[in-house]
Write a protein that binds this ligand. Structure first.
Ligand code: 3HC
Length: 311
């Protein structure tokens, strides 16, 4: 019986059918999607902190308004993704609890500090650039609600990347100090941006199954390579140097070769020993607790409205 159900499920996946919340699905498919979608949502929400750090210190009102809009977008992306995860039978409280107790991950990149205004440029250009490469691919994921939330999110992400690139371009047209600030930010964010795509395919715990179930449509290394290839030309166009002496065009492969990623750093940051891991989760916990009166007020209002309708 179960074998038949699994076989039929795989036939649906192979036929490019979208899996919807009420459809039968293997328990492992459900668990894998809850894991990935919840971590994606946590990444968006935690990602608001490093950028939020510079809203009050933006150099112009225009930059402040743009950064505010971007951080607000990230909050919205997080909410779409939490809602997608909830269609699989997990509650918002459970999702938030798993972020607070450390059982759920979020993109390791957000555990790095943002030390200068130029970091807003490096994050927009590189972090959102990497996220876009990953999310454009995820628009074709086999789980319906996740794929549809990706379509909506991708529409907003390109502005995020462009505004970051424009910040760096402006700095690279500026004084020697401003050029140095931009280069320093790229030096600090380049390698962690490559790590956003996850371990090499050979070391990836979930990739094989996620490719079979079309949760992922391209592998970690394929997407990473796409990101490297597009970034090299963009860096050259504004006079930035990417901090990798092994970065060189490989005519045979038709891609850029690049140096080895420091997976010890990746493991350290993912396992909680990054600069800001504790701070990011503590900040989220504090904001969540301080916001409980808002959630209570909404529930009380809804209750009153319901009882008025019934009366
Ligand atoms: N940071 C933290 N943990 C990571 C990671 C990273 N960059 N890359 C991989 N991991 C974790 C995985 O979660 C997994 O651990 P788990 O079993 O406890 O979940 C382990 O490392 C092994 O990695 P795998 O490659 O086997 O895991 P996946 O198959 O899940 O692939 C992924 C990793 C490519 C990140 C995939 O989960 C994914 O595509 N997630 C959704 C996309 C996402 O989260 N993007 C970051 C969004 S950031 C953003 O958009 C904000 C920006 O707009 C500012």
């Amino acid at each position: 019986e179960l074998e038949g159900l699994n076989a039929h499920f795989q036939e649906r996946i192979d036929a490019e059918e979208k899996i919807e919340p009420k459809d039968w699905m293997p328990e492992k498919y459900r668990k894998n999607l809850i894991r990935q979608i919840s971590q994606h949502a946590h990444s968006e929400v935690i990602g608001m902190q490093p950028e939020g750090n510079w809203i009050t210190r933006a150099p112009t009102l225009h930059r402040k308004a743009v950064l505010l809009a971007k951080v607000q977008d990230e909050a919205g992306h997080g909410l779409y993704l939490y809602s997608s995860a909830e269609t699989m039978g997990i509650t918002r409280e459970e999702l938030i609890e798993s972020l607070h107790d450390g059982s759920a991950k979020y993109a390791q990149i957000f555990n790095y500090p943002t030390l200068s205004w130029a970091d807003m440029g490096a994050i927009g250009w590189l972090v959102d650039g990497a996220a876009i490469v990953n999310q454009v691919s995820l628009q074709r994921t086999s789980y319906g609600p996740y794929a549809r939330s990706m379509v909506r999110i991708c529409k907003e992400e390109s502005f995020h990347q462009r505004q970051g690139y424009h910040i760096l371009m402006t700095l690279m047209e500026g004084s020697t100090e401003q050029k140095a600030m931009a280069q320093d930010a790229v030096n600090r964010f380049w390698w962690p941006s490559l790590m956003m795509f996850g371990p090499h395919d050979a070391d990836s715990a979930h990739s094989a199954q996620s490719m079979k179930w079309k949760v992922k449509r391209q592998t970690n290394d394929e997407l990473r390579q796409k990101f490297v290839d597009q970034s090299v030309e963009q860096a050259e166009a504004i006079g930035l140097t990417l901090p990798d002496p092994d970065l060189v065009w490989n005519e045979e492969r038709g891609h850029f070769d690049f140096g080895e990623i420091d997976w010890a750093e990746f493991d350290r940051v993912v396992s909680g020993s990054g600069h800001c891991n504790r701070e990011r989760v503590a900040h989220h916990r504090r904001a969540h607790d301080e916001g409980s009166w808002v959630r209570d007020a909404i529930c009380a209002y809804e209750e009153k409205k319901r009882s008025r309708e019934v009366a």
